[in-house]
Design a protein. Structure first.
Length: 127
């Protein structure tokens, strides 16, 4: 199974999943239902599934693509219905953050050489 974080022409980030038929289990089939099929073994999934997919699979089964985006930011609204992703924090992204009551902004770092994903809090509301 291979994972790749990519962006489209509008700058929106998405997750590409390359998987063989024999590697599909119930957890992955559930994710595929929310995604879109591009080719026979290639799927487009919401980026919110990157971390759970990586952490719930064996590291030997999951491979990160070399051409993948290495770092990006994420935050969600209060009810985790909408997720907002960006490579770098800009004024528009921070305005969205303030409109959503300043939840934690997480920074994801994809370490392709060690096949690891790191998630840490990047911004938080000052109290």
């Amino acid at each position: 199974m291979k994972l790749k974080v990519n962006k489209n022409k509008r700058g929106l980030l998405f997750l590409e999943l390359f998987i063989k038929e024999e590697e599909k289990d119930t957890f992955i089939k559930r994710l595929i239902l929310e995604g879109k099929k591009l080719d026979e073994n290639k799927y487009l999934l919401p980026l919110k599934y990157l971390y759970p997919l990586f952490k719930n699979s064996k590291n030997s089964d999951v491979e990160l693509e070399m051409s993948s985006i290495k770092e990006f930011l994420e935050f969600s609204d209060e009810y985790e219905e909408n997720y907002y992703y960006k490579e770098k924090a800009d004024a528009i992204y921070m305005r969205l953050w303030r409109e959503n009551n300043c939840p934690y902004i997480y920074k994801y770092t994809l370490d392709v050489s060690n096949n690891q994903i790191y998630k840490q809090i990047c911004f938080q509301k000052l109290t």
